[in-house]
Design a protein around this ligand. Sequence first.
Ligand code: MLT
Length: 410
Amino acid sequence: MAQINENYFKLQAGYLFPEIGRRVREFQKEHPGADVIKMGIGDVTQPLTPSIIKAFHEGVEEMSKFDTFKGYGPEQGYDFLREAIAKNDYHDRGADIAADEIFVSDGSKCDTGNILEIFGMNNIIAVQDPVYPVYVDTSVMAGRTGDYLGNGYYKGIVYMPCNAENGFIPEIPKSKVDIIFLCYPNNPTGTTASKTELKKWVDYARKNKSIILFDSAYESYISDPEIPHSIYEIEGAREVAIEFRSFSKTAGFTGTRCAYTVIPKNLVATTSDGSEKSLYSLWFRRHTTKFNGVSYPVQKAAAAIFTPEGKKEVRSVINYYMNNAKILRESLTKLGFRVFGGVNAPYVWVNSGRGIKSWDLFDKLLNEANVVGTPGSGFGPSGEGYFRFSSFATQENVMKAMERLGNLKW
Ligand code: MLT
């Protein structure tokens, strides 16, 4: 008889966002007339911009003609997109990344979940707490952890608490860890890491021969010129880091799907006999075996983000969301919440300041204000008592939601 992967039974509850969706649907079934405002999952609301749509249409048009039709593309992405990424996202920021070190994909969620496949099973994995749940849940599914410990943690994972006291920057682990997931600008806390802070991690990884998996899906929300957008802006990072980037939040591609992962060619990890092997080659092998590339019109649309017009348009959408973040920050502060993030990131991370647990606050806001956010404890035990608001809603809804929160009885 076929046997099941029992690691899945270690997982607690459903994946966070579908669980929120389930609760909201249940509420709406019971209250069909309720005008529910959703600021839970970080899903964009503004449409793709004109330059992106124009390129998308052109790509579709090319597919309709014999001379320009395209079948399978290169699995790692078309050169035109990889070169635009290398120039604009790396060379222009002084980071040394070549176009052929970039693997275009259909999402950073998939890539951050899949990347562990090229690493051995005995690696010790460290994550920030609170954390984007994909890193932990995919480690559990793959049998890289022990059992659930009953306190929000899985055995075998090193959790690095991020809280108001440490400015949401975790301390370097005291014990040796092999693989470190870092996310900056951070999901869920909306906070950022300076070059000095990231340098400490790069130095740790170089010393311990660890690998940093750096998720910078929200880098386009950074406005402070001192904050690095890429781990490769840090000296030595090419020796120790893989970076994940996405067009989802940068340019509204959550439904269109396009992202990329960078693996420097000199990046190595060791085999059990201690010899060093290229991680680039392994990922290349995996990618070409398990993935057939992002569709041509989507890659063409993504490349338009890097044209002068595309850059201007995308910036104006980002400014729109960041203005929402400002409204959230100011309103919630006035309402007595302790407010973090939302300055160089689209997420506003709050503590109610009233000693309420995250899911209790979720229920209160849903039932009494018809407003949906994400309970902080869903991201890990250190998120208990916190709540995340996404600024990707419309401005009208953000203002309406804040007005409703202002009328709540505590
Ligand atoms: C979030 O809300 O944390 C994100 O939308 C999740 C994701 O990008 O997968």
